[in-house]
Design a protein around this ligand. Structure first.
Ligand code: ASP
Ligand code: MG
Length: 416
């Protein structure tokens, strides 16, 4: 008997039929003798609808109130899923984040989980009840409802799995696993049977939407065994088959390292670049520029600073496109104080990255990537590398082309 946390995403609970299919699937796992905790997202499109509704009242909604509103989608699906389970003869009980007591900090809209009280869930499990927990939401120490950031139900699932020391956290979604790249861009993209946790972290941070990045971080930190699998298969698919389907995120690097140099090509469309030119080249400049940006809770990604001959330097970095205007405004306010010449920006860039633990033991991959892009006339604006990743910033109009030629060059369509 295993203890499994199953998280079902928005499309998996997108209609009454789908919710019934979830219940049927959970019932199968229960019949197989397993204990199950279910975490659900809101019905697909619902969170967007709620946020848009809030914006009709106030285009810049108060973050506390926005969380009160945005969290309600999950409150609906826990009730529906619990009822559906009961109709399949499974004892089930719904819980909001507050009812479980998923304690978070008070960063509305991107709260972090601090602690989970597992008492009620354990009592349910011991009594043979399936707890159905609302994803995406928590409660802060003062009792305010918080949300964990878009896609945050994944994090709820992983965090519950960690708190309960579950044997596996299964993320059921509308794709059947993690692919070498987005199959909508490259039809030959291939599903990976396993991907290492480190690779997944890179892929998720690059916008591979299969898993929320925080969920992957959480899984890494607490060594939660994580599997991504499809909720669109036959709910009565034999357990033996379902339990090995999808993509398993592993902690070992095993023989894979010998086989594949690159595991996947990820990309992030919604990026923007800011450049501060003519900054006096002296200690404290990076801090003067990035300090205020960080204080505004804007995630800075790639950073480049050029030394220059006349004692000034140019400084560039990327931010999520949604934070572009805000970052611009911040830089403008500190520009004169820094003695910088100008602030330039480009919000039509994207980032393309190759990820693979196999890179660690091979050289020359970066140059092969750059050559491949050069042959297509794609100009590289920024480069950053780590042990298992090479990322480039290019004009967004080249995104699909870049992904396609790299996928081909590195033979990712072949079985790994
Ligand atoms: N419903 C939330 C969202 O759409 C959380 C989630 O689905 O994971 O972002
Ligand atoms: Mg999701």
């Amino acid at each position: 008997m295993a203890l499994i946390v199953q998280k079902y995403g928005g499309t998996s609970v997108g209609s009454p039929e789908r919710i019934r299919a979830v219940a049927q699937r959970v019932a199968k796992w229960r019949r197989g003798g397993h204990q199950v905790v279910v975490v659900v997202s809101a019905m697909s499109g619902e969170t967007n609808r709620l946020i848009a509704l809030a914006r009709q009242i106030d285009p810049d909604p108060d973050s506390r109130e926005l969380d009160v509103i945005a969290s309600t989608g999950e409150q609906v699906t826990i009730g529906l899923a619990a009822m559906a389970l009961r109709s399949f003869g499974i004892e089930a009980r719904s819980y909001t984040g507050t009812q479980v007591r998923i304690l978070t900090d008070s960063a509305f809209g991107k709260a972090r989980i601090v602690e989970i009280d597992d008492a009620r869930l354990r009592a349910d499990l011991d009594a043979g009840v399936v707890p159905v927990v609302a994803g995406f939401q928590g409660v802060d120490a003062a009792g305010n409802i918080t949300t964990l950031g878009r896609g945050g139900s994944d994090t709820t699932g992983v965090a519950l799995a960690a708190a309960l020391h579950a044997d596996e956290c299964q993320i059921y979604t509308d794709v059947d696993g993690v692919y070498t790249t987005d199959p909508r861009i490259v039809a030959e993209a291939r599903r990976l049977h396993t991907v290492t946790f480190e690779e997944m972290l890179e892929l998720a941070s690059l916008g591979s939407k299969v898993l929320q990045i925080r969920a992957v971080e959480f899984a890494g930190k607490y060594q939660v065994r994580l599997r991504v699998l499809s909720s669109l298969t036959d709910p009565d698919l034999p357990l033996a088959e379902e339990s090995v389907s999808g993509t398993l995120i592993t902690f070992e690097e095993d023989e894979k390292m010998e086989q594949a140099l690159i595991s996947g090509i990820a990309f992030a469309r919604d990026e923007a670049k800011l450049t501060v030119t003519g900054v006096p080249d002296r200690p404290g400049i990076a801090y003067a520029i990035l300090g205020p940006v960080g204080d505004a809770n804007i995630d800075v990604d790639m950073i480049i600073q050029n030394a220059s001959v006349e004692g000034t330097t140019d400084f560039s970095f990327t931010v999520p496109r949604g934070d572009y205007q805000k970052a611009m405004a911040i830089l403008e306010t500190v520009r004169t104080h820094m003695g910088a010449r100008a602030i330039l920006g480009d919000n039509r860039i994207c980032k393309v990255s190759m990820v693979g633990v196999g890179m660690r033991s091979h050289v020359g991959i970066a140059s092969r990537m750059f050559r491949t892009l050069a042959e297509e006339g794609i100009n590289i604006q920024m480069i950053s590398t780590s042990e298992i990743k090479i990322s480039v910033v290019v004009d967004e109009k080249y995104l699909e082309l870049a992904v396609r030629v790299l996928h081909k060059e590195f033979g990712l369509e072949q079985a790994g």
